[in-house]
Structure formats: C-alpha cells, structure tokens
Design a protein around this ligand. Structure first.
Ligand code: SAH
Ligand code: SF4
Length: 389
C-alpha cells in the first residue's frame, strides 16, 4: 500500500485543531511553566510527568492522582499526542519497522530489534540526512529536516505502546536499549536529540539509562565533547575508512573533519575508559575498504583509544553503488582485528526483508537531482558555519 494514501493519517502537531498543546517533549521546567500559566500548582508537574512517561497515559481522564477539575482543565488546554502508524512491517526474524507520518507529511522510520531478553530501538533524529555518505540510502533522500524532541520521543513512546510496556517491567523489557542510528545525523540536531534523550533517561519516566543508549555519529567533531559531557551516552563512530583519501569520497564530512581530528575527539570523549569503549562502525564494502591491509591499518589507527570495532556487512539498496564484501573477506578482516585484541562482532543483518537494516532507512524513494544535491551542500555549508562560531 502506498504510504501517500494516508496523507492525513498522521498528526503530531505541537498544537491541535482545538488549540490544545502537546505536552510530550517539554522539559520538566517547561511543563511546570505550562501549569503555572494555567494557575495550577507547580508540583502537579511531577504527577503528570509520571503519568505520561511512566504509565504511558494519553488521556487526562485516567490521571487519577489529580482532582477531577484539574484533569478537566488540563484536557481543555493540552494533549498527549501519539503518532499514527502509517505502516507496521514485521520481518520474518521479528524485527519491526514503523513508518510514522509527521504533521507536514514527512515520514520517519523507527526499527525495533528484539532479542531473547531485551530489545533495541533504532531511533531517527532527522527526516533524511544532509550528509551524503555514498553507501547510505538515507543520504539520498530529497527532503531533510530536523525532528523535534517530541517527534524523537514519539518513536520511543509508540514502541512502548506497541510492546505493551507501560509501566516498563524492571527486568526483561523488550525495549531496553536505544541506538540513535536511524535516519539522520544526531549531532546535527543536537538540541532536540539531547532534550529527548534527557527525558528518556529520566528515572521517574521512561527510565532507560545512559549506559543503554548509544549515539552514532558520522564524525561531527565540534559537537562530540558536548555530547559526552551533557548526555554521557555511549558513543559510536561511523569510521568506514582508514585513509582520508577514501573517507573523503565515501563520507564527505571527512573533508571538513578529517580522520586525525575525529580520532582526537574520540580520545578526548568524556567518560571513555576501557570499561566504556567507543564503538567504531565499519561497513564492509567489497574491494573498497575490506582488504587485510585495511584491517591492519585500522588497528594502527585506533591505537591508544579504548575501542570496540563493529563490522557491518554492507546492506545494499536499489541503485546502491557498492557491493557487500564476501563472507570470507569479512571473516579474514575480523580475525585480524581480533588478533590485535579487539572484540569485533560482525553485526548480523536484521530485518533485511523489510528494508530495516542499517543504512537502508529511507521513506520517500526519491532520487536526488543535481539541484537537490546543491541545496544539501548549501545546508551543510550553513551548518558548518554555525558550528564554527
Ligand atoms: N548518521 C549517523 C547514524 C545513522 S547510520 C551515522 O552515520 O553514524 C547508522 C550506521 O549505519 C552508520 O554506521 C552508517 O554508516 C551505517 N550505514 C549506512 N548505510 C549503510 C549500508 N547501506 N549498509 C550498512 N551500514 C550502513
Ligand atoms: Fe547520514 Fe549517517 Fe547515512 Fe551518512 S551514514 S548519510 S551521516 S545517516
């Protein structure tokens, strides 16, 4: 079914048609401010927070710790918005991909990967991505914009709804881990990502600890320190090449922040220790970056950085310019890296049959025109200018 058949199905507006404001995505302070503006006591914020983020309530009527007139007052002025699911795809291996349509008609994808006694949600931070890594499907999407904190949180909250985990059980949660590895570059939307993750980590609410959250970046060097200091989540870095020459081509951000600067930022990432290593993601591209010499160079490059290496077999998409490395090449590469003392799990490809695997996420299948690419370059240049300030 074409997603466009549901053009009006999704609404996660900040304000709905009746002028009610969405409370999801407000910080505690902002929530208190809203209550004060209604003439309600500030302490009610704690109770409402608990209902929204611990119990998963979407209806003020069920918030029974609040007096009825208070609930009625809240319902007049506010809502707790949930996205409408435009598509719910289930892979044969249990992986689920949800397509969520935003109020402006843009689609966002979230992917849930269940394991035996835990589960990971792959969360998107942007619609599309301004970066144009050559192996990544998301990077070919025409339209790009940041997601709001509410839109980022919506992915997590909707997953809890789907899994029936309100309130979440202390053990064996199927939504136990979060990876910011969906669509978009999270460090190009840092403010909203940080706001959403702080709410996700809040112990009175969704309560997923920073140790169970991993943020993946393509290497937005100027934002890495702040991310570590403020959020202290696990860091994953999309490395994918061991020379600037190759990385410049397959990940254009490298022209702005080359390998030496990126690795320095990794060395200095706050809180990094042998017990809390940085994950280096390395996509295995046949004949491009997968030789034994590349493996040895990788080991040399990471010398002195507490690191884990995650080898990702390339996930092809229609029209992709590369091929997946052979199993043999991946094995040899992995063995060399292991021999140097790095755990180097090969990421199993999950959800392949529903295009839910790493780097395959992309909602509207539009090919980029030269003009689109020029527009993206412009956005990127503006971003760079902003970061340079
Ligand atoms: N923008 C961030 C996070 C999203 S991508 C980043 O680049 O790190 C999540 C991971 O999937 C990244 O390591 C990305 O490089 C990788 N990836 C992208 N396209 C891929 C593909 N086609 N096959 C395998 N991995 C891919
Ligand atoms: Fe963007 Fe990451 Fe894809 Fe590169 S790999 S285009 S940074 S989402």
């Amino acid at each position: 079914m074409s997603a466009s058949n549901h053009a009006n199905a999704f609404a996660l507006p900040d304000v709905d048609a009746d002028g009610r404001k969405n409370l999801v995505g407000l910080s505690r302070e902002e929530l208190e401010g809203e209550l004060l503006s209604l003439g309600l006591e500030k302490f009610r914020a704690k109770q409402i927070w608990h209902w929204i983020y611990n119990r998963g309530a979407t209806d003020f009527g069920v918030m029974t710790t609040l007096a009825k007139p208070v609930r009625e007052r809240l319902a007049e002025a506010y809502m707790v918005a949930r996205p409408t699911v435009v598509r719910d795809l289930k892979s044969t291996d249990g992986t689920r991909k949800w397509l969520l349509r935003m109020a402006d008609g843009q689609d966002v994808e979230a992917v849930h990967i269940p394991e035996e006694d835990r589960g990971t949600l792959c969360v998107s931070s942007q619609v599309g991505c301004t970066l144009t890594c050559r192996f990544c499907h998301t990077g070919t999407q025409r339209l790009v914009r940041n997601l709001s904190a509410a839109e980022i949180l919506a992915q997590v909250m909707l997953t809890r709804d789907m899994l029936g985990e309100w309130p979440a059980p202390p053990d064996g949660r199927m939504l136990s881990n979060i990876v910011m590895m969906g669509m978009g570059e999270p460090l190009f939307n840092y403010e909203n990502v940080a706001k959403a993750l702080k709410i996700v980590m809040d112990g009175d609410g969704i309560a997923i600890s920073k140790r169970r959250i991993t943020l993946s970046t393509s290497g937005v060097v100027p934002m890495m320190k702040r991310c570590g200091e403020e959020l202290n989540v696990n860091l994953a870095v999309s490395l994918h090449a061991v020379t600037d020459e190759l990385r410049d081509i397959i990940m254009p951000i490298n022209r702005k922040y080359p390998l030496a600067e990126l690795l320095d930022a990794c060395r200095n990432y706050p809180g990094v220790t042998n017990a809390r290593r940085i994950t280096f993601e390395y996509v295995m591209l046949k004949g491009i970056n997968d030789s034994p010499a590349d493996a040895r160079a990788l080991v040399r490059l990471l010398d002195g950085i507490p690191a884990k290496i995650n080898l990702i077999p390339f996930n092809p998409w229609p029209g992709s310019p590369y091929e997946r490395s052979t199993d043999r090449a991946i094995q040899v590469f992995g063995d060399l890296v292991n021999a140097a003392g790095y755990a180097s799990p090969v990421r199993t490809t999950r959800g392949d049959d529903i295009m839910a695997a790493c780097g395959q996420l992309k909602s509207a299948s539009l090919r980029l025109t030269a003009a689109d690419r020029a527009a993206m370059e412009k956005v990127l240049a503006e971003k760079d200018a902003e970061l340079a300030v």
